[in-house]
Design a protein around this ligand. Structure first.
Ligand code: KG4
Ligand code: ZN
Length: 334
């Protein structure tokens, strides 16, 4: 009998539902929340309310698009951690109620593990062991993956995440939230070597982005004092130079991790892996260092339920189910 899983993602400000049948994603539905734009960041209480409004229609559409009836489902999966607790509660309560009503098992999924396993949705897939650079709005990690359900963080940020570095830089440039995709857009027209921002010297496989943020702040303040239109006139070059530095900070640590572990299958994941500068640079580093590189399809980079579904599939096969008393948590290790 085939395995049919409905997966729900509600860790932050996007409500997602996906349907997987025998390891293949048949639908991957997402509702983005616009309510946060005017606040310059995600407002947790507004996020949970919007999840409550979105979850029923998003699940309905995901099932319809996949041509799967709820009575046919084998299990319901949900994001259990990490994330905003109110947002996680909406998804987990919904998933539990549905699993109870249908009398089928429940599967709790770790959001960061799911980002990594987004690389297993389409072919080609990495071989084990491989390294994954997971870069999102809340995390920056180098993960050593030994099997789908066995992974270990070997390096991470000591302060801001890579996504935050993008978003905070964008804010300094007067761009709306989330600014990462906008920096990417303007960077396409700019010269990445025009302005030089520092690369911090952080021990081991860890990262730090707070110094870069301060350097950008002072750089903009100085130049704006001399020419109040400095940002406007040089937006593309500033964005390209910031992006170039964030990408080199990230990939130089991956080079170190690959050297130390001897691993040559290198994947990226998380919202920032949608960044075109990072995607192109990963290919270039791959050629230089003889890596096989893996990048999820665009729709599986930023938060989505497809990655929750593929992770749940591996957990289903391994018999790792959650009880109806499973509680979501804002923070959790793999
Ligand atoms: O994984 P994700 O969707 O949510 C979290 O789990 O955090 O990542 C969101 C982050 C935001 O910081 C957003 O600005 C960044 O990913 N992001 C990008 C791009 N698309 C999304 N950053 C740079 N370039 C992009 N194209
Ligand atoms: Zn995420």
């Amino acid at each position: 009998m085939s395995v049919k899983i409905l997966a729900i993602e509600s860790s932050c400000d996007d409500t997602g539902a996906a349907v997987l049948v025998d390891g293949k994603i048949l639908s991957n539905q997402i509702a983005n929340q616009k309510v946060h734009e005017e606040y310059g960041g995600v407002v947790p209480e507004l996020a949970s309310r919007a999840h409550q409004e979105n979850i029923v229609p998003v699940v309905d559409i995901a099932l319809q698009k996949a041509g799967v009836k709820k009575e046919e489902l084998s299990a319901i999966a949900f994001t259990q951690s990490p994330g905003l607790i109110g947002s996680l509660l909406v998804g987990s309560c919904f998933a539990k109620s549905m699993a109870m009503a249908l009398n089928i098992p429940l599967i709790g999924v770790h959001h960061m593990q799911a980002h990594v396993l987004a690389n297993f949705i389409d072919d080609p897939k990495p071989d084990f062991p491989f390294l994954c650079l997971t870069v999102s709005g809340g995390h920056t990690q180098i993960v050593l993956c030994e099997s789908p359900l066995k992974m270990r963080v070997i390096g991470e940020t000591l302060d801001d995440a890579a996504g935050e570095a993008f978003d905070k830089s964008a804010k300094l440039l007067g761009l709306p939230y989330p600014g990462g995709p906008l920096i990417d857009k303007y960077a396409k027209e700019g010269d990445p070597t025009r302005f030089k921002f520092p690369e911090p010297k952080i021990p081991e496989l860890n990262f730090s982005f707070s110094g870069l943020k301060t350097a950008i702040l002072y750089f903009l303040q100085e130049n704006q004092q001399q020419d109040p239109q400095f940002i406007e006139k040089n937006l593309a070059d500033i964005c390209a130079s910031i992006q170039h530095r964030i990408v080199s900070i990230l990939l130089n640590k991956v080079v170190k991790a690959a050297e130390e572990t001897g691993i040559r299958d290198i994947a990226i994941a998380g919202g920032v892996s949608a960044n075109s500068g990072l995607r192109t640079a990963l290919e270039a580093y791959g050629q230089k260092y003889h890596w096989r590189t893996f990048i999820p399809k665009f729709e599986y980079c930023t938060d989505n339920a497809g990655m929750i579904a593929i992770t749940a599939y591996y957990k289903y096969l391994a018999g790792e189910f959650a009880g109806l008393d499973a509680v979501p948590t804002a923070r959790a290790a793999f």
